[in-house]
Design a protein around this ligand. Structure first.
Ligand code: PEP
Ligand code: MG
Length: 320
């Protein structure tokens, strides 16, 4: 079993009818990056930068961040790396005192890009570090918890300001850093056409999207059975996002846990996903699942998937 999987390290992630699917890795440590590279990931689709801020009281300096991001870029040897800007708050603990401890509803509070925009100096430092790392290889910046155009406008302005300040300081920056939004808030999924001109790509964070779409806390033990992407509303929203991306030439990836579960592969391919981002631990299983799928026949079955009324209906579709 392990040996069989291991043989897939050097195989393409290709459906039986010859379509290549991209598998990017989610990473938050040096080990994850090394593993992603060894498994032949197409790049890093989600680099969580929170770990630089956790378990400590002082904020990381620009140089410290730059060195971490540069190592990441060098570790992927020319494959694209997607660095997510700070996503502290809510379920992501914080010891630096940045996130408010007193919020009555932290998941709906000051978190993700909201926190970064509330601390412009901190955000500029991170953007400068990302731009500096981009001088060493292809880098994309990904912004968590976007919910409206105004936030994207503010991020674009700060990215330009960060670039201008690097030039003024005589520091090197990558010429082109693509900018993306995470789609985790249902409003952002519906409003994508309103800010699509400001992004080069989007990545769907289904962990949070499911939480906000279904109004179920992602970490609530006794609600675990309600917290599932196998809900008709989740599938319909994903299907629309993928179709919108295809029509408009905007890459739409999924970087939530859903994309790392091999059982979901037929479902996601049927809905139209081509870019998966997942933890290296399940990359080979997902590759194997893709290699067992006939994309054309899955696409023909998507209507019946979207007609499922409930989880049982979705699972019956998967079992056929
Ligand atoms: C997500 O919300 O799906 C996601 C990838 O981000 P995180 O799990 O870090 O919130
Ligand atoms: Mg999230």
């Amino acid at each position: 079993e392990q040996a069989q999987l291991s043989r897939l390290r050097r195989q393409p992630t290709r459906t039986t009818d010859g379509v290549d699917i991209r598998l990017y890795a989610n990473a938050e440590s040096r080990e994850d990056v090394a593993e992603a590279h060894a498994l032949g990931a197409d790049g890093i689709g989600l680099y969580r930068t929170e770990f630089l801020f956790l378990q400590r009281r002082e904020l990381p300096t620009e140089d410290e961040q730059f060195l971490a991001y540069r190592d990441l870029v060098l570790g992927m040897a020319g494959r694209v790396v997607t660095i997510r800007t700070l996503d502290l708050g809510a379920d992501k603990a914080d010891h630096t005192g940045l996130a408010l401890r007193s919020e009555s509803n932290p998941a709906l509070g000051l978190r993700g890009v909201r926190l970064s925009l509330a601390h412009e100096g901190l955000f500029l430092t991170q953007l400068r570090a990302i731009l500096r790392a981009a001088a060493y290889g292809p880098v994309r910046a990904l912004v968590p918890m976007i919910c409206c155009r105004e936030e994207m406008v503010a991020v674009c302005a700060l990215l330009e300001a960060a670039r201008a300040s690097l030039v003024a300081d005589g520091l090197q920056a990558g010429d082109r850093v693509e900018l993306g939004a995470m789609i985790e808030v249902p409003a952002a999924a519906l409003a994508l056409p309103d800010f699509v001109d400001l992004v080069d790509f989007v990545s769907v964070g289904t962990n949070d999207l499911v939480q906000y779409l279904l109004a179920v806390d992602r970490n609530h033990e006794s609600l675990a059975s309600l917290y599932t992407p196998r809900h008709p509303s989740v599938l319909r929203l994903l299907s629309e996002l993928f179709a919108y991306g295809r029509r408009n030439g905007i890459p739409v990836a999924v970087c939530g846990e859903m994309a790392g579960e091999a059982e979901n592969v037929p479902l996601l391919l049927a809905l139209g996903l081509r870019d998966f981002s997942l933890h290296p631990a399940t990359l080979l299983e997902v590759r194997r699942a893709v290699r067992e799928c006939d994309l054309a026949s899955l696409r023909r079955r998507v209507r019946s998937l979207l007609r499922a009324h409930d989880r049982a209906g979705i699972e019956a579709w998967l079992a056929r």
